[in-house]
Design a protein around this ligand. Structure first.
Ligand code: CAA
Length: 257
């Protein structure tokens, strides 16, 4: 598939998806969603890709769902076709996924970043859920994922006032994992993705799945889930290799088995 709204590249074992609708501040329309789903499916199936970075431009990661497209929505068709529901396919990508955010990450842009496993922000990043200013509310997980990651007070503040928060505030409240200078953003995110990709893929995928389980279940059930997958890891060749390499004082050679 040829892509019009995203640019897809490989940097070693890291996949890089750059949102590319510069005239619309990378607004997320249906075409972009379809292309993201297609690109991620190819990266999921590509055994040589161990982690993915999603980024935008210096000015905008993404300024939200495409308001011009959305202004044509009507209840019955939005409901019957589950408008925006396809973004859950993006959120369910099984390999590690990092958002590299500079500039505006607003509405669906903030929600897309929050779907990723963690966010590395450039100093210029600005996060917000301004849907209230359009007479609507978030529809790509803003009320749910943000409430779980940054808590009720900040989520209410962002969603009810529509204000933006800068990278430092976003890091303080736990939305952002690290802040780097804008000029180092892509390099830092790719290097984190390559680091992750150098480890055993099944073990990082299980760690990701288990951490995500913390948002779905209570503590006892989550701990049981963790232990079960931890036990299962002793069926991996990579576990034998990782531990043997430690004992032999050499670098492990993971084979994703
Ligand atoms: N949808 C469609 N087009 C958008 C857009 C969006 N979300 N955001 C920006 N654009 C377009 C503008 O219409 C403009 O296009 P034209 O040149 O054709 O007029 C172009 O991008 C440049 O934008 P601005 O001139 O507004 O640039 P700016 O630097 O003055 O402001 C901004 C930047 C603060 C991000 C401003 O564009 C803005 O407020 N955008 C909308 C943000 C927003 O409300 N996002 C939430 C969308 S709803 C949503 O996301 C629902 C959900 O939960 C899924």
């Amino acid at each position: 598939m040829a892509y019009d709204t995203i640019i897809v590249e490989k940097r070693g074992e890291a996949g890089l998806i750059t949102l590319n609708r510069p005239k619309a501040m990378n607004a997320l329309n249906k075409a972009l969603l379809d292309e993201m789903i297609d690109a991620l499916a190819a990266m999921r199936d590509d055994a040589k890709i161990g982690a993915v970075v999603i980024t935008g431009s210096q000015k905008a990661f993404a300024a939200g769902a495409d308001i011009k497209e959305m202004s044509e929505f009507a209840f019955a068709s939005a409901y019957m076709h589950d408008a925006l529901g396809g973004w859950e396919t993006v959120a369910g990508f099984p390999k590690p996924m990092i958002a590299a955010v500079s500039g505006y990450a607003l509405g669906g842009g903030c929600e897309l970043a929050a779907m990723c496993d963690f966010i590395i922000a450039g100093e210029s990043a600005k996060f917000g859920q301004p849907e209230v200013t359009l007479g609507i509310m978030p529809g790509m997980g803003g009320t749910q994922r943000l409430a779980r990651s940054i808590g009720k007070a900040k989520t209410m503040d962002l969603c009810l006032t529509g204000r933006m928060m800068d990278a430092e505030e976003a890091e303080r409240c736990g939305l952002v994992a690290r802040i780097v200078p804008d000029t180092e953003l892509i390099e830092e995110a790719i290097s984190a993705a390559q680091k992750i990709a150098s480890f055993s893929l099944p073990s990082v995928m299980m760690a990701k799945e288990t951490i995500n389980q913390a948002f779905e279940t209570g503590l006892a059930e989550g701990l049981r889930f963790e232990r079960r997958l931890f036990h299962a890891m002793f069926a991996l060749e990579d576990q034998s290799e990782g531990m043997a390499a430690f004992i032999d004082k050499r670098t492990p050679s993971f084979r994703n088995r």
